[in-house]
Write a protein that binds this ligand. Structure first.
Ligand SMILES: [Fe+2]
Ligand SMILES: [Fe+2]
Length: 221
């Protein structure tokens, strides 16, 4: 049975995947892109934003209400986290719009506008991730029990995810995962499931990642 610490280790894996791809987007958009890479980068942005949004909905609508029900003194921390997520939604939506514009017209101006939108998104996202890991995780781990985590897994974290999204997001989390991240994935996802998803989705993920990131693409843990 996964503990709260295990669940929060997965939270860090997701955060690190987001940090990694915000940095990759910044790097890859620094210069003109061939048409195929531009299309791959622009197609990836809405997927990334959707995946991160799913993570936040689980926190805002699932995790925090359960924490606050047991620890009313955590209400302010929950509200601050929710406000930080809201700021990320605004910046993420701008990034999706900028990616659509760059996809439609690969001008340098559109590429630079997308890079600026990514920088703005990183500007609100990175402090939030750090804030959550530093101040929220200890409170969450100390408050929620096994029944809470079971409920959250079923009703939020896995809910509404197609098989394809679930398997792609697992490949995305495993991409360049550090040893702690790789251990978290091993403890949370049964070996046979990881193996099957790796076979069915791993190659496609690697091909898409190579297309959008080029030499910045990493290895899956
Ligand atoms: Fe999180
Ligand atoms: Fe968060």
């Amino acid at each position: 049975m996964a503990t709260g610490t295990d669940h929060m280790a997965m939270n860090t894996v997701i955060h690190n995947a987001l940090r990694r791809d915000l940095a990759r987007l910044d790097a890859v958009l620094a210069g003109p892109l061939p048409a195929e890479r531009r299309a791959a980068v622009c197609a990836f942005v809405p997927w990334l934003v959707r995946t991160v949004h799913h993570h936040h909905v689980g926190e805002d609508e699932g995790m925090w209400p359960r924490v606050v029900a047991k620890r009313p003194d955590a209400a302010e921390l929950a509200a601050v986290n929710g406000a930080e997520h809201d700021a990320m939604v605004v910046a993420s939506d701008r990034t999706v719009a900028a990616a659509a514009a760059y996809d439609a017209d690969g001008s340098d101006a559109n590429r630079e506008a997308l890079r600026a939108a990514v920088a703005e998104m990183a500007g609100v996202t990175l402090p939030h991730l750090e804030h959550e890991e530093r101040d929220s995780v200890p409170v969450v781990v100390a408050t929620l029990d096994d029944a809470d985590w079971k409920y959250l897994e079923k009703n939020y974290y896995r809910k509404g995810m197609s098989m394809k999204d679930a398997s792609t997001s697992l490949m995305w989390m495993a991409d360049s995962a550090d040893p702690a991240g790789a251990a978290a994935l091993r403890s949370q996802v049964p070996g046979p499931v990881r193996w099957i998803l790796g076979v069915t989705s791993g190659r496609g993920y690697d091909r898409d990642a190579a297309l959008r990131w080029g030499s910045l693409a990493g290895r899956r843990a």
